[in-house]
Design a protein around this ligand. Structure first.
Ligand code: ZN
Ligand code: ZN
Length: 115
């Protein structure tokens, strides 16, 4: 009197294999993602998202600066937009990130070269 039939045993084996594959998938994906992306024609840098997080502001879009302030076009624009109204007494303030135009991300340098 067997409790488990052959088909049930096979099903159990397949289920275990699927479970293992599911657990291992992210690791395998991380391992082969770079080569996989290039083989699929995807961008190695961004995976065809066409944008990458700004390394200067870490995706925030603004950078905190401590005075004294040296002249920069972005700082000037900030003042024109009303930043000066807040008073110039504070020596720490945030200005728009010039690296990404305050978006927090920018076009992928690899993708953007492709017309
Ligand atoms: Zn930025
Ligand atoms: Zn890219």
């Amino acid at each position: 009197m067997e409790g488990i039939t052959e088909s049930e045993l096979a099903g159990f084996g397949v289920g275990t294999l699927l479970l293992c594959a599911t657990i291992a998938a992210p690791k395998i994906d991380a391992l082969i993602s770079a080569s996989q992306r290039s083989s699929l024609g995807m961008c190695k840098r961004c995976g065809d998202l066409r944008i990458i997080a700004c390394s200067r502001c870490k995706g925030v879009g603004s950078v905190r600066v401590v005075g004294p302030f040296s002249y920069s076009p972005v700082d000037d624009i900030y003042q024109l937009l009303g930043g000066a109204a807040g008073g110039s007494a504070t020596k720490v303030r945030s200005i728009s990130c010039a690296n990404c135009q305050a978006k927090g991300h920018m076009c992928c340098p690899i993708c953007s070269k492709v017309p």
